[in-house]
Design a binder for this molecule. Sequence first.
Ligand SMILES: *Cc1c(COP(=O)(O)O)cnc(C)c1O
Ligand SMILES: [Zn+2]
Length: 422
Amino acid sequence: MTTHYRLACPVCGRIYEDDHYLLSCPSGCNGLLRSVYDAVRLQVRDAPGLFRYKDWLPAGGTLPTDAAPVCYRSVGLAEAIGLTNLWIVFSGYWPARGAYVTSGSFKEFEAYPTVVRLREHGGGIIVVASAGNTARAFAQVSSETGQPVIIVVPAGAQSRISTTRPAEQLLLVTVDGDYTDAIHLGSLLSTIPGVVSEGGAKNIARRDGMGVVVLEGTRTIGRIPDWYVQGVGSGTGGIAAWEAGIRLCADGRWGNTLPRLYLVQNQPFIPMVNAWQQGRHTLIPDEDMPDPERSITAVFADVLTNRSPPYAVAGGVADALEATHGRMGSATTTDAIRASALIEETEGIDPDPAAAVAVAGLINAVHEGTIMRDDCVLLSITGGGYRLVRDRIVKKPDIVLEKDYSESEVIVLVTGWVSRYA
Ligand SMILES: *Cc1c(COP(=O)(O)O)cnc(C)c1O
Ligand SMILES: [Zn+2]
């Protein structure tokens, strides 16, 4: 068991050992447990990829990988949008810049430490229900490490699940339905003994893994930035940035002011923007996301369409915005498409649609005067470089389910597969 961190509950204040992949406070509080690391001063380790930040990751060991964020000062985009101190932290595949995130997004920073954390806390088979980047990240990590993973996706998203190596320990289940149906099946499968749900925003390995973008950015810039800009669906990356900021402030070498969060959603699906702009710390589904089915189909970046983000929970997005004096912003699909072309033209890389939404939101924030010309801005290009990845192997589904599938039959099938690894 690793002992370089404990878990703190933001509600009752109790401190716990992470003795069995804890996802919530054993006292039953409704809050996100946060990791508290022994190392107050960050030491960058001689370890593979993002594991260079292992002092602040809930993993004792490492895995071989080159995946890590890369930060540089923008010239082209900065000029185009009128900023003098814009830094891009890129989480994707771009060998010319030293970026080797082969699944193409910062979700891979979550997947690696999650696999290590699970192995160090009882082990098991991870089940992930996702419509895209998270699933591909876990598929890639499975293909590279042999970690058995079950992925459940809506049938329409099947072609997004690809790896650069054969994924032999991956079980891909497609279900005729949408993301909500995939989540339902994912939680059903997590009841099979030996199968563990990765945990989403509650998983400290997910948040601290995403937090490395802020660590890399701050070290490259030489200070904590004034703003951290990201496109959000769940907002977990925003929470992660806040938590990384807290640790950086305690370290003290890069300043002691938290980066202000500027989190962007894609119109017309903007529940957290609506809630925050009305000064609410809770979401009211009917008001904040009216007609979600329709608005979800109208966005450019569908990874940003989470219907139950960890917004109101203690230690969640609303708390992160409040603590950092943050803002929520939005961008239309038209703006995002234009921003995508602008990034290609000025920076020379194809961005994930969610990163284009972040840039479109940043442009709006500069126009409105929320973000000022000389502010130090860390822009998270959360994914991209898909076109540069060669030889993708699209995973064939192992189990294809129709709408009216029998739950008990699926359990039997998946249990059979699981028993190979028990
Ligand atoms: C998941 C994702 C996001 C949104 O992340 P949050 O969980 O909302 O912080 C942004 N960009 C990309 C590329 C993603 O895959
Ligand atoms: Zn508690």
